[in-house]
Design a binder for this molecule. Structure first.
Ligand code: C5P
Length: 223
């Protein structure tokens, strides 16, 4: 059987996670949240007060990291993450940790290590990988690649509604500012920048709801 990998990349807040989870559920594939890994490394480095400009310190700490993803408890939740045995599923999901993840994700050796782990998850195929570089770098030979995009205002609004729905504090202007800053970091870094793979299908989700995006993807994957 051919190894089937679906990649879904795009900027922050575009709805990748929600869409990817639904595509995984509909196909029976495993959902691989690569962003969760960058967040976990960010948390680890922050707790250990790692100097991100000190490459030998970064390498040394990276060697100590053990990351394990586990399925969400229900379909509305994010994937769970254990960092060196400790459940950090909630700790990594704050806007602050997203920004820290964006900083550590620009460090080449961090990407090298996480990309290797991500490819191991993909060796048997049947996965839906979600992130920034899953179609360009992690799985360049993936069978089905998608790139989701939407205007920054729309993405910040979605994040705002998501946080409010969870009963958390949210400041729209601050979310918009952070969304734009994180996109700039992710698009302009030297290693594995956020960009659409040449052979990825672009879906502009600005005016689409989740179900419509999922439908478009499934039509191609099941086609
Ligand atoms: O997708 P999520 O918002 O959880 O990702 C957090 C951060 O991790 C992103 O802003 C990006 O900097 C980084 N990331 C990455 N490559 C991936 C997935 C995430 O650089 N494949």
């Amino acid at each position: 059987e051919k190894l089937i990998i679906v990649t879904i990349d795009g900027p922050a807040g575009v709805g990748k996670s929600t869409v990817s989870k639904k595509v995984a559920a509909a196909t029976g594939f495993t959902y691989l949240d690569t962003g969760a890994m960058y967040r976990a490394v960010g948390l680890f480095f922050q707790e250990a007060s790692v100097d991100l400009d000190n490459i030998s310190q970064v390498r040394e700490k990276l060697d100590m990291i053990e990351i394990e993803l586990f399925p969400a408890t229900d379909e509305d939740s994010d994937v769970g993450v254990r960092l060196c045995g400790e459940d950090v599923s909630e700790a990594i999901r704050t806007p602050e940790m997203a920004m820290v993840a964006s900083k550590v994700s620009a460090i080449p050796v961090v990407r090298e290590v996480l990309t290797k782990i991500q490819r191991e998850y993909g060796t048997r195929g049947r996965i839906v990988a979600e992130g920034r570089d899953t179609g360009t770098v992690v799985f360049p030979l993936a069978a089905y690649k998608f790139f989701l995009d939407a205007e920054p205002r729309e993405r910040a609004e979605r994040r705002f509604r998501q946080l409010k729905a969870r009963g958390e504090e949210a400041d729209y202007q601050e979310l918009l500012r952070m969304t734009i800053e994180r996109d700039n970091n992710d698009r302009n870094r030297l290693v594995a920048p956020l960009k659409q793979a040449d052979d990825a299908v672009l879906i502009d989700t600005t005016a689409l709801d989740v179900e419509e995006v999922v439908k478009q993807i499934l039509a191609i994957v099941n086609g």
